[in-house]
Design a protein around this ligand. Sequence first.
Ligand code: AMP
Ligand code: MN
Ligand code: MN
Ligand code: MN
Length: 280
Amino acid sequence: MNAQLNIDLHTHSTCSDGALSPSELVAHAAAAGVRVLALTDHDSTDGLEEALSAAAALRIQLVPGVELSASWRAQDIHVLGLWMDPGNPALRSMLSCQARLRRERMESICLRLCKARLPGDALLAAVEAQRGLPTRSHLADAMVAAGLAARKDEAFRKYLAKGKAGHVSIEWPALPDTIGAILGAGGVAVLAHPGRYRLSAGARRRLLEDFAHAGGTALEIVSGANGAQHVEACTALALRYGLAGSVGSDFHSLEFAWNPLGRYLKLPDSITPVWRGQLP
Ligand code: AMP
Ligand code: MN
Ligand code: MN
Ligand code: MN
C-alpha cells in the first residue's frame, strides 16, 4: 500500500533553519511531485498555518510536524512529531521552553565567541535578524558571511564543535518526555536520521531500545541522501525493535542539489509505513 506514493516527512522552512518560506517550500514540493509533505521545523510549529493554506491551494497534503531536540545520555537526539495537534497545551509549553533554551544557548555561544576575540555581538545580531528560531546553522551561515569560515561545515568544525570556542552544550528534555509530549498531542514519534548520531553500534541499539520502550513509533529508514545500505541497516533495527518506518529528505535548501524534496526510496515490504492509517 502506498508503495509508490511520493511522500516526504522531514523538511525545514525559514521558521527554523530552512532557506524557503513555508509557502515556497510547499510550492517546490508540489512541483517536484510530492503528494504528502510534512513541515518539521526545529522546535517550532510556527510555519504550519502558512504551509497548510499553501498546500490546500496546490492540492498537496500537508502533515503537521515538528523536529524536537531531546537529550539521551548527553547526546542531542532529534525526534520528529507527525500528525500531532500543534495547539495541544502541553506541547505548546514544551515548545516555548525549547525556544527559550535556543535563545539562551545562542547568547551564551556568542558571549563565548566574544571572549575568544571573535565578533560575537555582530554574529548574534545576524542570527537574531532571521525569521526562524535561532539554530547553530544560522550562526554558521553568519560566520561564513563574516569571512570566518569558507563553508558552513568548516564553521561547525572550527568554532562550534566540542572543545571549540563556540561550543555550549544544552540539556534538552529527556527522550521519554519528548516522545510523551508528541504522543500526548495525538502524534506519532519518529527517530530522525539514525545514522547521524556519533554512537557505537551497541549504543545505537540501546538508543533504539529506549526509544521503542518510551513509546516511539517509527525510525526514519529512508533519510536524506543516504542510500540502500542505510535503508538495509535501519530496516534490521526497526524490525528488531518493532518500529514502523518513515521517509524524509531533511530538506533545508535548494542549494544541496543531491538532496531534493521528495527523493523517494521505497520502504522495504517488511516495514510498516508510519503513514499507514494516517492518510485518507
Ligand atoms: P542546532 O539544532 O541549533 O544544534 O543546529 C543544528 C542544525 O545545524 C542541524 O539541523 C543542521 O541543519 C545544521 N548542521 C549541523 N551540523 C552541521 C554541519 N557540520 N554542517 C552543516 N550544517 C550542520
Ligand atoms: Mn537543521
Ligand atoms: Mn535533525
Ligand atoms: Mn531536520
